[in-house]
Design a protein around this ligand. Sequence first.
Ligand code: SF4
Length: 407
Amino acid sequence: MPAIASILDAAARCEPLSPRAALQLLATTDPAARRDIWDAAAECKRALVGDTATYVVNLNLNFTNVCALHCAFCAFRREADARDAYAHGIEAIVAKALRYRAQHAITEVTIQGGLNPALPVGYYFDLLRELKSACPDVHLHAYSPQEIDFIQQRSGWSLGRVFDGLRAAGQGTLCGTAAEILVEPTRRKICPEKISTARWLEIVRAAHRAGTRSTATMMFGHIESPADRVTHLQRLRALQRETGGFTEFIPLPFIAAKSPLGRAVGRREIDDDEALLTLAVARLFFGRDLPHLQLGWVKRGLATAQRSLQCGADDIGGTLLEEEISNRAGSRFGSYVPAERLAAAIREVGLAPIQRTTTYGRVASDWSSATTQVSLLPPPCEELTTSEPRRSATRVNPPGNTKMSSP
Ligand code: SF4
């Protein structure tokens, strides 16, 4: 087995880490050796993006918490008849986005929800269309691969047609969530009703091929093994090498407090050092293949997010106005951090803050001014445009498994 020092020597220069070496690094418990791994990850990050770190001014919109599935880690979902179940109308959502845009100059709206059988498939398209029509300068980071599966099953369309239709309606990028852990035996235990590993990869590949880029995520620190984490990273890296469609990787430490899975695993959460070790190994594993990594503040707090910037991350996350999913699971860190605070947190660790767009372009002026976007790095695949004429808003289809005839 090679010595850790020789692994890190190459990895700090962003040379690709082998799965075996990644596993060896993940097994490290010695504090000094862990510090060496964090330092190597920070060096690799510096080589790729310099002494800067980014943040995004975004609003989180969960349009419904009613979900037909029962993932073991989820504290967000509700049955349709629950007292606090909701499904928001499009008009109210648009009004909220307009309000936040005026008050906070958001550049991104992240849109996700449960799989609510009462929502017609047309809702997914109409929501984007109406939001884009009201806020044309705001990027819509919308829907997970699980929701895409839901849309495809109910529309009867091919994946390519679904993505073309969503893009025409205003989708900018796809959320890389619902990945959880892309290793089938473990995945079946924590979310048996969810799409399979192969299906997740199929949907994300189809998105990238259709020109829709996405983030990539991994939920870790529950029942998965270190080998599962490495396999997950391998699958993402292979897809990134094939399509170049991932904009960033976001490792998501599992929040146990209020989730059913947390009760099953004894409400134990991994500590910050282990979370940061996984982040650092991911940085070294992806190397030049994926230059942007984020351990957002919402899972472990702003202080840990600051530490992550010294362990391989180059992004501190978003303002996340109205974040709900992590908070329902028991995150103690609130649902909003002002852009000014995120920028200050970056400065406090000696880095230059940069407000970014969803696809890691640069927002030239700060959050309180109008935004002009220029590219920070060449996009790994062709940047999307929304230049085709926008369709006028259409009415939401009646509830049920409505088939759609056209985008
Ligand atoms: S994680 Fe998503 S799909 Fe799973 S139960 Fe929660 S809302 Fe539903």
